[in-house]
Ligand binder design. Structure first.
Ligand SMILES: *[C@@H]1O[C@H](CO)[C@@H](O)[C@H](O)[C@H]1NC(C)=O
Ligand SMILES: *[C@@H]1O[C@H](CO)[C@@H](O)[C@H](O)[C@H]1NC(C)=O
Length: 803
């Protein structure tokens, strides 16, 4: 629960009610054909072929709905607590005539769930709201409760259709305002998603403010396979997606048409991928941020494709943006920026573009006073940027072209873009092809040892070519579980694997909890929507170890670690209070994830490896001190990390050691709040040379905290956006505050370290917070924060390193 940073804008009402950006050029923009997205996984957007022809459309089968309902929340006092809720069972009609708002919100709320404004957070009340095909008329917001997934039938996307007199901030409201406060601090909204939905705002008059999805969220959240339809009108005040703050997150596979803003969004950071926006006045309005990666954007028939000029030249509120592998068509301008060499803050408005195809876009970059900074046309921008750059020639402020990453072909798809694979939905599969973990004998009751049942089910499902469905539960295991090649694993919301006792008792003898393949094995695995945890103490637990030489269709999507801080972990407020000598009972894990030398081809998307800083099942979200050794260690060649985050591990967050060909974007870290008490050199986890643990022998100042990223003896490392944050010093934020607020900017001395024979390292949009030195090379400072100050973070737009 990091501090909440409020964006710079006059008032919420101004954003929602249509602070219209004046632009002509609208009347010829309307087109009724939706842009087609093109994703390599044909299963990702099945809805393209499944038009809703009539509001009484039959509901095609979908295995996820048709499975026997066996999810249980073992720590919920109600043994009958219902995890899966079909909205039609709660009275929703989906007939396009009946107002279904109350029925849907009843389905959301039933069972004493964690409601906005009434409950800080809870892992005890997870739920899926399932929408069969149909048109659901809504006159008010569908208000998300904590730990919820909204899932539509991907074989015939359900439509959420606003009535003409709709009231609310979003047809889907991910964090409802209760009075003038958000229901939850947005940086504390974890574990939720929505997918396979159509959102239709066309009945609302253009001049009446309207929002498709309001989504101020934190980590481990996602939106996927959603269409948002708004009328195109020069008077439109509508916005498809609205995010005013938070600490995201991942969003992908969206199609948005019409409106004032396709997306009107601000947040600390996000990874957004494969989003088509057309016929909006402004495709994307970036309200504020620290850093952001956009990839695979298709923006067409807009006034301005991407506006990042908010705040103007004297107070740019957008920190940094990276856009790659995208296509802009028929827009008068691609980018609107307020950047000038003398603009404030010094590194605000940092921008990197790589592999952008323009088609009939007269102005590529438009600066203050509508000056053309870069003209466009029909052309490809190989690489262009503005901000501070650090190369072998030293630091400079620049605006213009640069030499982009020489992309290794092993990391690319056939179209020259970085390899992507969206979370598979198995929309065409049937119940007979899916095995339930509970039917296979696992209890998920949080008490029984389910090791044998889980291993037998994994083996059986993989050899039969079936999906293994983890009904919601907390599955206690006592020895390593091996995921064999051929596995397809789907969680119901985010079921938990809980490592308890067993072989995990020694901080010098690491043992995996989940092992993906053995070294030397090859094949495919697909794993989604799950959490791996420990029941403390477990100082020897490596939560996930990836050894498999993976085929290209492998991946982990929305698979997270959550270490301590929840019911069942035995590492809550009562056991692990802050600011006491390190307690052995709170030695929670050896490492979150290890991609070993044999783990070629690992693909991670929207994975959050979190050692808890607070107790999510305690009413006040009180802080705790739970100690985990290491975050994510990558030793493999050929790895994709799309939208990953690693937080509060004792020795480092990310380490790439002897790794090659790594694509990483956007990566986000936070240092432990307790450091430097004890500091990283006195970590409760002894270091070991065998896995190249950093020893911090060169740490200069008193503030020796864990690195956000260490790159050792590695080749071809390409980081497309990073936010490496240190907010706390022994639980005080004085060290990360702005100097104007008395901040000292010295929570730790160094954050990103390049060592040994590392060569060919490109980093775009590096943002750090609370570190004196942004980059150190073999113990020597290369970049100081004070030379690169942004609004709250410190930013280097382009950092390249070659021996
Ligand atoms: C989609 O991508 C594939 C592979 O790059 C290509 O062959 C196909 O023509 C594309 N389809 C569309 C509609 O662009
Ligand atoms: C950390 O802060 C606490 C509370 O202010 C204080 O009692 C303790 O001495 C501090 N520890 C160190 C090592 O500075």
């Amino acid at each position: 629960m990091r501090p909440l940073f409020l964006p710079i804008y006059a008032s919420l009402a101004a954003l929602v009610g249509g602070a219209a950006i004046p632009l002509a050029l609208r009347d010829d923009l309307y087109a009724e054909d939706l842009p087609t997205t093109n994703v390599t996984d044909s299963a990702a957007v099945p809805s393209e072929t499944a038009t809703v022809l009539s509001i009484a459309a039959a509901d095609p089968g979908y295995w996820l709905k048709d499975m026997p309902r066996k999810g249980r929340s073992p720590f919920n006092p109600d043994p009958g607590y219902q995890v899966f809720r079909n909205v039609k069972d709660f009275g929703a009609k989906g007939d396009g005539i009946t107002d279904d708002t109350v029925a849907i919100n009843t389905a959301m709320a039933s069972g004493g769930r964690c409601a906005p404004g009434a409950c800080q957070s809870s892992t005890l009340t997870p739920a899926i709201l399932y929408f069969p095909a149909g048109t659901y008329l809504v006159s008010g917001s569908i208000v998300m409760y904590y730990n919820t997934q909204l899932i539509g039938n991907p074989n015939s996307l359900p439509v959420l259709k606003a009535t003409s007199n709709f009231q609310g901030l979003g047809l889907i409201d991910g964090d409802k305002y209760v009075g003038s406060n958000q229901g939850w601090p947005s940086v504390n909204v974890f574990w939720r998603s929505a997918r396979h939905l159509k959102i239709d705002l066309t009945a609302i008059a253009p001049a009446t403010g309207a929002t498709g999805i309001h989504w101020p969220t934190g980590q481990a959240t996602s939106l996927q396979d959603i269409q948002i339809i708004m009328t195109a009108s020069s008077a439109s005040t509508h916005q498809g997606l609205f995010i005013e703050d938070g600490s995201g997150g991942y969003i992908g596979d969206l199609t948005i048409t019409g409106g004032l803003y396709g997306m009107n969004i601000g947040n600390q950071q996000f990874t957004m991928r494969n989003i088509a926006i057309s016929n909006a006045i402004v495709g994307i309005s970036q309200i504020w941020n620290w850093g952001w990666l956009y990839s695979g954007m298709t923006i067409s028939n807009c006034g301005t494709a991407f506006s990042m000029s908010n705040g103007g030249t004297t107070s740019q509120s957008v920190g940094s943006v990276t856009i790659i592998d995208s296509t802009i068509t028929n827009c008068p301008a691609f980018i609107d920026t307020a950047w000038t060499p003398n603009a404030s803050p010094a590194t605000g408005g940092s921008l990197i573009l790589e592999n952008i195809v323009l088609s009939n876009v007269p102005t590529a970059i438009r600066g203050p006073n509508s000056a053309t900074i870069l003209s466009g046309g029909t052309t490809t921008i190989a690489a262009w940027g503005q901000g501070h750059k650090y190369t072998s020639q030293g630091p400079t402020e620049w605006q213009g072209i640069f030499t982009p990453v020489a992309r290794p072909s092993s990391l690319l798809d056939g179209n020259g873009r970085y390899h992507i694979k969206s979370k598979p939905h198995y929309w065409e599969w049937t119940v007979s092809q899916v095995m339930s973990i509970r039917d296979a004998g696992a209890t998920g009751d949080g008490v029984t040892d389910d090791t044998q049942a889980i291993q037998a089910a994994l083996n059986a499902a993989a050899s039969a070519g079936k999906i293994l469905y983890f009904n919601y539960g907390v599955y206690k295991v006592s020895t390593t579980i091996k995921i064999p090649a051929g596995s397809r694993i789907v969680g119901e919301t985010y079921p938990v694997i809980l490592a308890s006792g067993g072989p995990w008792g020694s901080a010098t003898n690491p043992v995996p909890v989940i092992k993906i393949g053995n070294p030397g094995e090859s094949g495919r695995i697909e794993w989604q929507d799950m959490i791996v945890s420990t029941q403390g103490p477990a100082p020897g637990a490596v939560l996930i170890e990836w050894n498999l030489a993976a085929s290209r269709d492998s991946g982990m999507w929305d698979v997270h670690t959550r270490i301590g801080g929840f019911k069942g972990s035995n590492q809550q407020v009562g056991q692990c209070p802050i600011q006491v000598p390190v307690s052995g009972a709170c030695m929670a894990a050896y490492m979150s994830m290890h991609i070993t030398t044999s783990g070629t081809g690992a693909y991670l998307e929207n994975c959050w490896f979190w050692t808890a800083d607070h107790d999510v099942d305690e009413g006040k979200n009180t802080r705790i001190s739970v100690y985990t050794g290491r975050g994510l260690l990558v030793e493999a060649s050929g790895v994709w990390l799309w939208g990953t985050a690693v937080e509060h591990h004792s020795l480092y967050q990310y380490q790439f050691a002897n790794a090659r060909e790594i694509f990483a974007g956007f990566i986000q870290t936070e240092s432990p709040y307790y450091q430097p008490a004890p500091d990283v050199r006195n970590s409760p986890y002894p270091t070991t040379q065998a896995i190249n643990d950093p020893t911090y022998a060169n740490c200069q100042s008193g503030n020796c905290d864990a690195l956000g990223l260490r790159v050792l003896n590695s080749k071809n490392i390409y980081v497309y956006g990073a936010g490496l944050y240190s907010f706390f010093n022994n639980y005080s934020t004085l060290c990360s505050n702005k100097p104007t607020a008395g901040g000292t900017k010295d929570c730790q001395s160094e954050m990103f370290s390049i060592e040994g024979s590392t060569d060919h390292l490109w980093m775009y949009g590096l943002n750090t917070i609370g570190t004196m030195n942004m980059v150190v090379q073999d113990g020597k400072s290369v970049a100081k924060w004070s030379d690169n100050a942004n609004d709250f973070s410190d930013t280097i737009a382009l950092f390249t390193y070659r021996i």
